[in-house]
Design a protein around this ligand. Structure first.
Ligand SMILES: C[S@@+](CC[C@H](N)C(=O)[O-])C[C@H]1O[C@@H](n2cnc3c(N)ncnc32)[C@H](O)[C@@H]1O
Length: 169
């Protein structure tokens, strides 16, 4: 399986988040091949759908699965995202696309070219680069959960475990 991140904007090298995002692409690539697709120059809002359509048609997978980021999507825990990614693999998905929007969000017509799983990172709206930064960290975390890598201890911290026991009583 490959992870393909598609953004209708480019991250400038002088962006505060540039190094952070590249670091997490590199970490994800140690678990799963990863690619970031973005336009070479700034798009007008009315060019975003054509950009997505052109890029998605280049993959030989018909109707691929797309995790689309939108603040109105499903709220997942990190383990929930890990479980979903595992399920896609079990179902034999060859690629998972991660699609983010620009200033005007994602075009509605995207759902006619891909199978959409709409997920939210929070009910708050983030700047697009920050949304990508949170997403790449969470995808890396999900891969670590699936491979029992010590990066993620959230569900296993002593406090979390004792609270789980307490709730079961
Ligand atoms: C600045 S936001 C766009 C806001 C736009 N006004 C809208 O209504 O979608 C740019 C992109 O960042 C992503 N994004 C921002 N906040 C998000 C959140 N809380 N959850 C998921 N994605 C988010 C989405 O992909 C969004 O299209």
């Amino acid at each position: 399986m490959r992870y393909i991140f598609i953004t209708p904007w480019k991250i400038p090298k002088n962006s505060l988040l540039y190094d952070f995002i590249q670091e997490f692409f590199s970490r994800i690539s140690k678990h799963t091949p990863v690619q970031h697709i973005f336009p070479s120059s700034q798009l007008n809002p009315n060019e975003v759908l054509a950009f997505y359509t052109k890029e998605i048609k280049k993959f030989s997978v018909e109707n691929p699965l797309c995790i689309a980021l939108d603040e109105n999507g499903e709220n997942l825990s990190s383990s929930g995202l890990a479980k979903n990614l595992e399920q896609y693999e079990v179902k034999g998905e060859k690629i998972v696309l991660f699609c983010l929007g620009g200033a005007y969000g994602l075009p509605e017509e995207l759902k006619s070219i891909v199978k959409i799983d709409l997920i939210s990172l929070s009910r708050m709206t983030f700047p697009h680069e920050m949304a990508l930064a949170v997403l790449v960290e969470q995808v890396y975390r999900a891969r670590c959960i699936l491979s029992n890598h010590p990066y993620h201890h959230g569900d296993k911290s002593p406090l979390a475990l004792s609270l789980q026991k307490y709730k079961k009583k």
